[in-house]
Write a protein of this length. Structure first.
Length: 182
């Protein structure tokens, strides 16, 4: 599969679209919003999508080539979707670049924070970051179930190879299996 990935542009684009779609589907699981407290708002959906993309990128960046190229293509695909979404929401041509710059800064800032907490195994830092960024609250304990989900997702992704990402998609856990706001 990997060798074919770089032979034809159409196959490559299709593989990235599929990876993006499956990551997006994972970020839209109902349990994230009903059980784990992610706000079902434009901002909440951005945060949830960002979180899932960050988790996939985290794993891709630890795999051998051509995984880094896949990671970059995924980022490009996600930000093209965000650009289109802003335009659909009525943001004008002059406002889109400014908003995209803010979204990019938020995305990469969150990636650094989540990576640091996950790398250190620091559940308190992860809960605090998730509470602040995803839930929009200053109560780290409110993000305990979401942090457990993120930790489980990171563990599940850590055993995933590039072929699996490109064929079956990222193996995210079911958010319904985690405690929370039920």
């Amino acid at each position: 599969m990997i060798a074919r990935f770089f032979r034809r542009g159409d196959e490559r684009r299709a593989a990235i679209r599929q990876l993006h779609a499956r990551t997006n589907e994972a970020s839209r699981q109902v349990g994230l919003y009903t059980r784990l407290g992610v706000p079902d708002t434009v901002e909440g959906r951005f945060e949830c999508l960002s979180l899932h993309v960050i988790l996939v990128l985290r794993r891709l960046n630890r795999l051998p080539a051509p995984a880094a190229d896949v990671a970059q293509d995924l980022v490009n695909s996600v930000f093209l979707q965000l650009d289109a979404s802003l335009r659909e929401l009525g943001v004008g041509d002059f406002g889109v670049p400014k908003r995209m710059k803010k979204l990019g800064a938020a995305f990469y800032g969150r990636a650094a924070g989540y990576d640091a907490a996950l790398d250190a195994g620091d559940q308190a830092a992860l809960r605090a970051a998730l509470a602040r960024n995803v839930l929009g609250r200053d109560e780290p304990d409110a993000a305990a179930a979401l942090a457990a989900y993120v930790t489980a997702a990171s563990a599940a992704l850590s055993g995933t190879d590039l072929d699996t990402f490109l064929t079956a998609g990222p193996p995210f856990p079911d958010p319904e299996a985690f405690g929370g706001a039920a």
